[in-house]
Design a protein around this ligand. Structure first.
Ligand SMILES: NC(=O)c1ccc[n+]([C@@H]2O[C@H](COP(=O)([O-])OP(=O)(O)OC[C@H]3O[C@@H](n4cnc5c(N)ncnc54)[C@H](O)[C@@H]3O)[C@@H](O)[C@H]2O)c1
Ligand SMILES: [Fe+2]
Length: 401
């Protein structure tokens, strides 16, 4: 029985409104002089670059901006970012944007240090050592990529999302300034916010560390549930329950934006040590085929997977209901767990997440292929509390169709 677990994070977390002002100082403390910024045109247009650029320039740091990021970035987009980065020759890479740009920046930091191409690193523990110093500055509240060990890119040739998983991908500095998320439109707020909830729920309901089914001789970034992960995931779930609706309804609600920024970091810390599970395994082929946002795909699938997993994690689901603000007094675990699923369904509807796969443009004849692709993602599926077969996965997709 495995009873040892570890916990990893970004080396330094700087959190709070106006945290951007501390960026130059933080970079200088780490001896960084030439910073390659990876962002995208929408984030530039929203003005998120201004406080970042001002803080770095004020401290005499040279900055080159690459704005070729795109949502759910492809391996090809990563190659372009790498090419631009190589031409500049930075001593650090800064990702500014949603998870898409942060993930691109991580890929640049890997390849500029270790060579090769993005595809060489797909899978787990393929990054051979420390990467170029990474600073991640999220402008959405959701993915937790600023503290996570993952990069997710889209393999357009094979129509699937691919993951690169390594503790070397954790940034040196995660700088989380909730003010940067004020310009997120409601859809981006909703989609990224429910991704944070999915991270926390999948971590909180994961298989226990003591029973984590790791094949002999394999190492895994994900390790199953442990007390530290539980504590963090509980906080994240509660924050999403309190603040996500508010942030979607009124983008200028500073308290809600701050609450969601914290929820995203906590969700990232929980999932990137404990693991994500069947929701993410199913979203990878769905998102790869229909190009929905990662958050919309996850949010859609989350209650269906919770219902499938219920026999294996009823007490945890019961607690999730309470964390989401449901009145569970007098209910047994089974009834309270039902409330958790209902609460997520209601939240999903309230913030405008699509309710059925067909609403995303999925065709029924694609479901089996999605299940066959998902079953191969064992690094994620082995985190799921209830073991899954291809038929099980197809069943979940059919229920969600
Ligand atoms: N590495 C990880 O640990 C991890 C975890 C979960 C998800 N992901 C990946 O992250 C990606 C999704 O990231 P996301 O949900 O943050 O969305 P995103 O980065 O794809 O951004 C969505 C859209 O919102 C825009 N946007 C971002 N910030 C904005 C702002 N402040 N104002 C206005 N517009 C803004 C972007 O330009 C983009 O058009 C997916 O590719 C997903 O697979 C990675
Ligand atoms: Fe996610």
């Amino acid at each position: 029985m495995r009873t040892v677990w570890t916990f990893h994070s970004a080396t330094e977390l700087i959190f709070g409104p106006n945290a951007c002002a501390d960026l130059g100082d933080a970079a200088r403390r780490h001896g960084l002089r030439r910073v390659f910024v990876v962002t995208d045109p929408v984030v530039l247009q929203a003005g998120c670059i201004d406080p970042v650029h001002a803080a770095l320039s004020q401290d005499g740091i040279e900055v080159e901006i690459f704005a070729g990021g795109e949502p759910e970035p492809s391996l090809k987009a990563a190659e372009k970012a790498i090419e631009a980065g190589r031409a500049f020759g930075p001593d650090a890479v800064l990702g500014l944007g949603g998870g898409s740009n942060l993930d691109l920046s991580k890929m640049v930091a890997v390849v500029l240090r270790h060579g090769g191409a993005p595809r060489d690193y797909v899978g787990e523990n393929k990054v051979p050592g420390p990467v170029l110093p990474l600073i991640c500055v999220p402008t959405t509240a959701g993915t937790g990529s600023e503290v996570s060990a993952a990069t997710v890119l889209t393999d357009t040739d094979n129509q699937i999302k691919v993951g690169i998983l390594s503790n070397f991908l954790r940034p040196l500095i995660a700088l989380v300034d909730p003010l940067l998320t004020l310009t997120c439109p409601p859809k981006v707020t909703a989609d990224s916010g429910i991704d944070a909830l999915t991270h926390a729920v999948e971590a909180y309901t994961a298989v226990d560390n003591a029973h984590f089914p790791l094949p002999p001789g394999e190492r895994s970034v994900y390790q199953g549930r442990n007390p530290f992960g539980d504590m963090i995931a509980e906080q994240a779930i509660e924050l999403v329950g309190r603040f996500l609706r508010r942030a979607v309804k009124d983008g200028q609600d500073h308290e809600a934006r701050k609450g969601m920024a914290l929820a995203a970091v906590l969700g990232g810390l929980a999932f990137s040590n404990v693991g994500v599970a069947a929701v993410h395994a199913l979203e990878y082929p769905v998102g790869g085929a229909v190009h929905c946002s990662h958050g919309a795909g996850n949010g859609l699938l989350l209650p269906y997977v919770m219902r499938f997993n219920q026999p294996a994690c009823q007490p945890q689901l019961a607690r999730i209901a309470a964390l989401l603000g449901e009145d569970v007094s007098g209910l047994d675990d089974a009834a309270a767990a039902d409330r958790a699923v209902a609460a997520v369904e209601r939240l999903r509807a309230d913030i405008g997440i699509p309710l059925r796969l067909r609403d995303l443009g999925v065709r029924e004849d694609q479901l089996r292929t999605f299940a066959e692709k998902a079953i191969k993602i064992q690094r994620v599926l082995r985190v799921n509390p209830r073991p899954t077969t291809t038929d099980d996965l197809e069943g979940i997709l059919r229920a969600a169709f």
